[in-house]
Design a protein around this ligand. Structure first.
Ligand SMILES: [Zn+2]
Length: 426
């Protein structure tokens, strides 16, 4: 079923190139393609050569829908997108409308387009849904590969289902992330399986699933082409890092560039700022809290690392770390407190009065109870880059450190603390 629609996707990608050429006729790409396809004319007035590829012919067809033949000086406006600029998304959408996908298929593709992730990862996911990845099985069909055995387990044919779902290595990664599905999926296609995962509105976000599929494939390529092997645990850590980084990126102003240089900022005089972070190891069901208290000079008033004993989810661990940091501050008598977190969702939940129904509701209730009679407590959001010291503390927990330090912090954290202090006006 895939071929016809996949080719449409390719056509909309190519049409994007064509659109770029029209917008920017002096670019290198434009010059290269002109030499090949339309040496003596402009793109929009070009005729197809004697033997154009199917894809190229269709790409020119798409754009000819909207391109006036003769008015070369008019501004070209693409009607598929409100901005008037051509995008792969709108090109594909237009082609999709005239095709005969089932309702379920259309829904699955729509949800892919709505995943919050960089475009290259979204396109990867799209290709995977069409089974368009060069798995050994697919290469074998095209008579490119002879051996189809999975490189990792060497036992099974490397189909898309095997490499992204069934291979024991892959299975451990999904398990470590807590993503599960009913047993016996042997007869379930990758497409059906992924659509099913996407529909489960559980703890696991579509972003996590998307990044995981992409990271597993990328690790497989590194293993195959560069001989670099990444183990299950480091892949899990990498995936969680990608997801939380991208989310906090999107949360702060909606732009990555804007927040890269954002650093920790000191509280106003008379206030203490509390930063906390969690370090999670889902595979071993472990999580650690790290928290640090600082004054308006950036000086450490106290810090702590606590083993949470029991991992349920990253979100719950973040909430627990926040609670433990608040407890610690109050125990030391700091009641003029600014509680900073890199999770906007957490901060929002703490600020509203209505009852929370999420998995972290008991922790939210505990925190609200802790601060109920304290008028000088504020909760505020800070991007991850402003939370390095707490992040280092939480990672020390993973290495076996645990404890509380009054007026001090463990040595490895001091570098992050000093870096933060350099921006504090003296
Ligand atoms: Zn395998």
């Amino acid at each position: 079923m895939g071929f016809r629609d996949l080719s449409k996707f390719n056509i909309s990608l190519l049409a994007k190139q064509a659109w770029r050429i029209i917008q920017n006729p002096t670019s290198l790409l434009a010059k290269t393609l002109r030499a090949r396809y339309y040496p003596n004319t402009t793109f929009s007035s070009s005729r197809l050569g004697a033997n154009p590829s199917y894809t190229w012919r269709n790409a020119t067809d798409i754009l000819s829908i909207v391109l006036p033949e003769s008015q070369l000086h008019d501004k070209r406006v693409w009607r598929g997108e409100k901005t008037g600029l051509y995008t792969v998304r709108s090109g594909y959408r237009m082609l999709l409308n005239e095709s005969h996908l089932s309702q379920a298929e259309k829904e699955a593709f729509r949800s892919v387009w709505n995943v919050q992730c960089p475009p290259k990862i979204r396109i990867f996911l799209w290709k995977s849904l069409w089974n368009y990845l060069p798995t050994l099985q697919n290469l074998h069909h095209k008579r490119i590969a002879i051996n189809t055995n999975c490189l990792r387990c060497n036992g099974n044919t490397e189909s898309i289902e095997h490499v992204l779902r069934d291979c024991p290595f892959t299975h451990h990664v999904w398990q470590g992330l807590g993503v599960t599905w009913p047993a016996n999926v042997d007869s379930v296609s990758y497409f059906e399986w992924l659509s099913w995962l996407f529909k489960q509105q559980g703890v696991h976000s579509r972003e996590l699933i998307t990044y995981t599929v992409w990271a597993i494939w990328t690790a497989r390529n590194k293993h195959m082409h560069e001989g670099k092997f990444q183990n299950v645990q480091s892949l899990i850590t990498y995936i969680l890092g990608c997801v939380s980084e991208y989310k906090s990126c999107m949360q702060s102003q909606g732009s990555c560039q804007l927040q890269i240089e954002r650093r920790w900022s000191p509280p106003p005089e008379g206030y203490t700022k509390r930063n906390a972070d969690a370090c999670c190891l889902p595979a071993t069901k472990k999580a650690f809290s790290g928290f640090v208290l600082r004054n308006n000079q950036g000086k450490v008033l106290g810090s702590g690392i606590k083993n949470q004993r029991n991992f349920v989810s990253v979100f719950l661990s973040e909430a627990t770390a926040l609670k433990e940091g608040v407890k610690f501050a109050l125990n030391l008598g700091f009641e003029n407190l600014i509680v900073e977190s890199d999770s906007r969702t957490l901060i929002e939940k703490l600020e509203v009065n209505n009852a929370d129904a999420s998995e972290i509701r008991t922790v939210i209730v505990d925190i609200k109870h802790l601060v109920r009679d304290l008028p000088h407590i504020r909760f505020s959001f800070s991007p991850r880059s402003g939370n390095k010291a707490a992040h280092v503390l939480a990672s020390l927990g993973k290495a076996g450190t645990e404890g509380f330090w009054v007026g001090d912090a463990p040595a490895p954290v001091m570098h992050a603390i000093e870096a933060d202090r350099t921006v504090v006006p003296s």
